[in-house]
Each structure stands twice: as C-alpha cells, then as structure tokens.
Ligand binder design. Structure first.
Ligand SMILES: Cc1cc2nc3c(=O)[nH]c(=O)nc-3n(C[C@H](O)[C@H](O)[C@H](O)COP(=O)(O)OP(=O)(O)OC[C@H]3O[C@@H](n4cnc5c(N)ncnc54)[C@H](O)[C@@H]3O)c2cc1C
Length: 448
C-alpha cells in the first residue's frame, strides 16, 4: 500500500536538518537495532513521546517488561522536530465547538486533562532532571483581524467561565506593550499553563529515563509485518529479527504504517508542517519589532502560523507545509513561509534563515485523538491524532495507555471522549484531495 506523501517524508535513515538536531546533546542511552528473535510483555511501535512515555510508565510504575521498536533513530518523528510548544489543545475543535458537539461535562474533562498533560511534561522534566530549555509560561494567540478578535473574546469567556482555564484577553495596545509589535495584530488571548521547550532534548531525556527504568529501545527497527496468533500474542517482524509480545501499542501518529493492519487504515490525516529558524537576533533587532515575550505564540489564521523566540535569541516560525511533500514542493513552501515571516515583521527582512525542516502532524476525521484499545482485540492499543498538540498530549497519552495496560482497566483520568478509535475517512485514498480543498477554503477565509 502506498503512503500518503512523497517517499522523502519516510526516509527513516536520515534525520531532519533541524535546529534541534544541531543543538541537542547526543543520546545518553543505547538503542541498538533488534538483531535476533526476542520476546517481551509489551511491544511499542514508535519511539516518540507516545511510545517513550508509555515505555517509561510501564517500566517504572508497573514493572512491565517493555520494548520500543523505532524505524529511524529515537525521536526521528514529530517528537524530535516540532516547534516545542507545550500548550493546552489536543483536538481540532475550538472550546465552544467542543461544548456544542460533546456537552459541557465532556469538554471540562478534556480541558482538565490537558492541564494535567502540560504539568506531566513539567514534572517529568523536573523529576528526571531533563534540561528542556524551558522558555515562557503561557501561550499567546494573536488576533490577525478584527473579526478574529471577536472570536477570541468569545473563546476567552468559554475558557474562563465554563472550562476552568486560566486565560486573559489583551487589547491591541496591550499586545504591543507586552508581547510584540507587527503589521498584523488586533488583540490576543493568553492561556496557561504552557511553556516552550527543546523538543529533542525532552524526547532524548524521556528515552534515557525509560531505559534507566528497564525499557529496551531499538532504533533502525522498522516493523515490516504484524501478525497475531490464536492465543492473542503478537509477532512484530523487522529486518533484523522478530519481537513476540502479549500486547502491542501503535504509537506512530502521523507516520502510521497503514500497511501493517486493516484496523488502522484510513483513520489518520497526516498534514505537513514546516519550520524555519533565523540566526540569533541582536537585542536591538529584537526590540526593533517590539518583541518582548518569552511565551510561544500563534496567530488566529485558519492556516495558522506558530512562532517563538528561542533562548539564544533565534526566532522560530512555523506554518502548514506542502500537500504532496515532494522536495520541489517543500522548496516552494519554505519560500512562502519566509515571505509570510517577512511580511509580518518587515524589520527582520534581512535576517538570515539558518535552519528549515518539516514533518507530519496528525489529524483525524472525528477531530479528536484516539487513545485506547481495539474493541475486538483487547491486546492491541493505540495513541494518535493530537492535532498538532502532541508535546503535552502524546506524553500524557503514553501514561494513560501504560496505566490501562498495567491495571487492565481504562484509567478514570482518560476522558471517554478520546477513548474511541477515530472513524475512518470516507474513501481514504481521497484524503489528500480533502486536505487540498480544506486549504483552499482556509486560504479564502483568511483573505476575507
Ligand atoms: C513541524 C512540526 C511542528 C510541531 N509543533 C508542535 C508544537 O509546537 N507543539 C506540539 O504540542 N506539537 C507539535 N507538533 C506535533 C507533535 O510533534 C506530535 O503530535 C508528537 O510528537 C507525536 O508524538 P508521537 O510519539 O505520537 O509520534 P512521533 O513522534 O511522530 O513518533 C512516531 C514514530 O513512529 C515511527 N514509526 C512509524 N512507522 C513505524 C514502523 N513501521 N516501525 C517502527 N517505527 C515506526 C516513526 O519513525 C516515528 O518516529 C508538531 C509536529 C510537526 C511535524
């Protein structure tokens, strides 16, 4: 079965040329490829936050013998190359949309768990002594138009009055006083808890903590075939050996290997997101555009941009990528991203871009993540579909799944809303066509 995007997005042998890869300390754990036939209790496919957090909690909280099989190096996927925003969200729904679709109680449960998820990342970093380069303490959403500010006002009321979230609304003037000045701002919504971090440092720290607790990690071990025997046990075949396990967890998010099992076919819509990072700005350059915050920020466009100052004064700017993922398409994406960056902050038009890279985030047709187990197979678990909010949500999902496997029952902390396997997209081969259509509509809405 062909994958959704161009093959270069699945080149597991090559790391992305990211700022994170260039600045993270080398791994302090070993992760040799699987080279013979082995067995364990839980086998995890995917060495990102979901898989590593599950491995860490399975080994440390439940004493379970667990192994992680990763096709690339540990953190090769989105967990090693994201923007480092650790913020609440985790679905494709706005707060009022969530309340409308699922009811106030379900929405409250979800937001409570999102706050826990951010705190879990902070706690893991503290408890395991992971230096994540934490920067900022809130997320800022900038209204790019007057109409967008009206939406943020309504969102602010829903978050504070109905969902118990710590949020603040800023006028256009307050944004220029406290956040930054730009050609495009009409107020902002600030929400907590949140922080910016170095995603690959966090990922490698989590991997080290998991391996110190006894989890075994295998990089360069792509699972090529998955089979189950009558007693429910699993066989995961890689080019180097076979891993037998009583339970398996699919922790592959936007890189879901759909060819492994019909159960997971057509349930994800991976979307390319791309990032550029500048050279360090001088303090004068930074203040030229009135940039005064450490908080990570997004704007309110339907095709949103995400951006933050990094601890070494570089500026990170991210946006939606190409719809095929070809190298030529990505070159066009980077040109467009750099143009947008320079339009918003004309004072930085001459600042050189030193890093650019991209990867896949994961959406679902139900606009919710799926964190659970198959209904007709109680030994196969899954965690995916975080809608671009995986730093907190994937880490938390890994813990929930570890507790579920360890205790044999779904944890109370895991809202029912997120437990189901997301429904399949209608005619899954058309997923990229849906995406292209969605992007045209979003572009049009942004231009109004
Ligand atoms: C450019 C970009 C920016 C982002 N920015 C943010 C952000 O700022 N904040 C935020 O919260 N989220 C962000 N995200 C999303 C976030 O990074 C993800 O939601 C999160 O990392 C998902 O973690 P994961 O462990 O589930 O998946 P991943 O980290 O993607 O890991 C899945 C792993 O599965 C492996 N795999 C796939 N198939 C196989 C197989 N057959 N055998 C073995 N291994 C396999 C892959 O190699 C991959 O490493 C961003 C994503 C991207 C791409």
């Amino acid at each position: 079965m062909r994958r959704l995007y161009d093959d270069n997005l699945y080149d597991f042998a090559t790391p992305q040329p990211s700022y994170w890869e260039a600045t993270a300390p080398p791994p302090a754990f070993t992760s040799p490829p699987l080279e013979r036939d082995e067995s364990c209790e839980v086998a995890i496919i995917g060495g990102g936050y979901t898989g590593l957090s599950a491995a860490y909690h399975l080994a440390s909280d439940h004493g379970i013998d667990v192994r992680v099989l990763e096709a690339g190096h540990i953190g090769w996927g989105a967990s090693g190359r994201n923007g480092g925003f650790c913020c609440i969200g985790g679905t494709g729904l706005h707060p009022r949309g969530m309340i409308r679709h699922f009811g106030l109680e379900a929405a409250r449960d979800w937001y409570r768990s999102q706050v826990q998820a951010v705190e879990l990342v902070r706690d893991l970093a503290n408890d395991e002594d992971i230096d994540v380069d934490a920067f900022g303490a809130a997320e800022v959403e900038i209204a790019h138009s007057v109409r967008a500010f009206t939406r943020l006002q309504s969102e602010h009321t829903a978050l504070t009055d109905l969902l118990g979230i710590d949020a603040e609304l800023l006028t256009r003037y307050e944004v220029s006083e406290r956040i930054y000045d730009s050609a495009e701002q009409h107020g902002a919504l600030i929400s907590k808890p949140a922080l910016g971090l170095h995603p690959l440092r966090f990922c490698r720290g989590l991997a080290l903590a998991a391996s110190l607790r006894g989890a075994k990690l295998h990089s360069a071990s792509e699972v090529l075939h998955w089979s189950r025997s009558a007693d429910g046990s699993h066989r995961l075949q890689t080019s180097g050996g076979t891993l037998r396990a009583s339970k398996v967890l699919f922790a592959t998010n936007g890189f879901m290997p759909e060819q492994l099992g019909a159960e997971f076919y057509g349930r994800t819509l991976p979307v390319i997101s791309a990032i550029v990072v500048t050279r360090p700005l001088s303090d004068d350059e930074r203040l030229d555009q009135g940039w005064r915050t450490e908080h990570p920020a997004i704007n309110s466009r339907h095709l949103l941009n995400y951006f933050r100052l990094l601890p070494d004064n570089r500026f990170l700017f991210g946006a939606r990528g190409h719809t095929r993922g070809t190298l030529q398409g990505e070159r066009a994406t980077y040109r467009k991203i750099i143009d947008t960056f320079r339009t918003i902050w004309p004072g930085w038009a001459d600042v050189e871009i030193e890093y650019r890279w991209h990867g896949l985030i994961c959406m679902t047709a139900s606009l919710r993540p799926g964190i659970g187990r198959l209904t007709d197979d109680p030994f196969t678990f899954f965690g995916f579909g975080y809608h671009g909010h995986g730093v907190n949500t994937a880490t938390w999902a890994g813990k929930q799944l570890a507790d579920w496997m360890g205790r044999g029952a779904a944890p109370d902390d895991l809202p029912r809303f997120a437990r189901e396997l997301p429904r399949r997209y209608p005619i899954p081969v058309l997923r990229r066509t849906y995406l292209r259509t969605g992007l045209v509509v979003a572009n049009w809405l942004d231009s109004l």
